[in-house]
Design a protein around this ligand. Sequence first.
Ligand code: NDP
Ligand code: HSE
Length: 435
Amino acid sequence: RLMDSRATGQSECTVAIVGFGTVGQAVARILKSDLHPTIRLTHICNRDIQRKRVDWIDPDVVWTDSFDSVLASSVDVVVELIGGVSPARSWIERALAAGKSVVTANKQLIAEAGPALLTQASEHQQKLLFEAAVGGGIPVLRGLREGVSGDKLYRIEGILNGTCNYILTRMEAESISFDEALAEAQQLGYAEVDPTADVDGYDAQAKLAILIGVGLKRRVHAPNIPVTSITAVRAIDFVYARKLGYVVRQVARAELIPESTAMHASVQPALVPEPSALGRVGGSQNIVVVDGKFGGETAFSGFGAGGDPTAVAVVSDVISISTKDSLLSEGWLPMSEMPSRVIAEFEAAHYVRFTVNDRPGVIADLAEIFSKHRINVDAVLQEPGWSKSELPFVMTLERCLSSTLKKALSEIEQLNFHVRPPLWLPVLAKGEEVP
Ligand code: NDP
Ligand code: HSE
């Protein structure tokens, strides 16, 4: 399908952008520049397209709100940037059936239907690439598929949501509220249309499911990966974390269990050492750290959200299709179908923050329940100056299974001195935060 360009002698590749929002506009800006003379934007498709028109797009580009007209055109690559599962899934299926390759940034859809869509792409001799779906501009899927494909990976850990990382690092550095930090992230184009997908962990859950498929070669049903929201993290947690030498991050992790098809996986806020690879990731940046049997630890980092970085990944996928380079254009299915059961269980040290109406015996009551569950208390931290009627303090606990801690906490929550539910965070100690 790719036509020869007389100017360069290279194949010309025509592109339709479907979804002219934050990422779609950033893709158009790159394609409008003279960086990629063999890639030509021919269509922009969006609902109510008249609202979306801008004057900096070349006049010969077709603006349409009809996806059918994109399908009927001779465009080579459809770039899907509307997000969500419906109608994105059927549009991608129809594009592939119509003989067009597809590039998408849609992590929700790829987590849910990636293998089926890749199979369809292969059946129609087309390509389906989705680098921007995980880690924004970081070429982590390419790195896993090609760069470390010679290794046997067994662990993946990372910061996969730019909005959460932006909120947590802004709250910590500038002492601004959660709502203010979230509003900034939305303004900067990092957040999903429904930002609860970001802050409650579902965006990172989908990305982790894709990484598990591509990197660990296991298929997990994304909703089976347990998620914990970052909304319960409060300003006081940054103070106590810092005292301990840690910072708070939303961490996604997955680990194979030897000799088993089951695996550990979770997305939750955690304490990571301030000087660690994860601890140094600030703002909308992301990081993915993988551990392999032969190659050891490899890290991929960069900007995980925002129009421009994400657009770089999208355009790079288009280039990969147009130049037919790399394993990706050889019809190789990078996502595995081997099903895996997810066990929501890790062993770790823990940080537990209580907020209580203070009275004599609070610590003794807590210690008694922890002791009953054979959980050893490591330290108690209490900052002076707080009201006794809403007193926050922290207990750090030695390593135990998360299920053991949850059992102890469900008993502790029955005690009558809580002003807020306790917040527990795993403490990913040095050597654990980067496996
Ligand atoms: P936006 O909401 O900014 O843009 C989506 C665009 O698609 C809007 O213009 C919207 O139109 C249009 N659209 C939505 N539904 C339809 C539909 N049914 N028919 C026609 N047009 C539609 O989202 P983003 O650009 O931020 O994200 C796009 C995709 O990229 C998502 O899958 C997202 O998860 C992913 N992504 C985003 C990143 C980011 O940092 N923003 C990073 C990595 C991936 P309208 O104006 O009417 O709403
Ligand atoms: N909402 C996502 C994030 C966009 O904040 O990371 C990038 O996938």
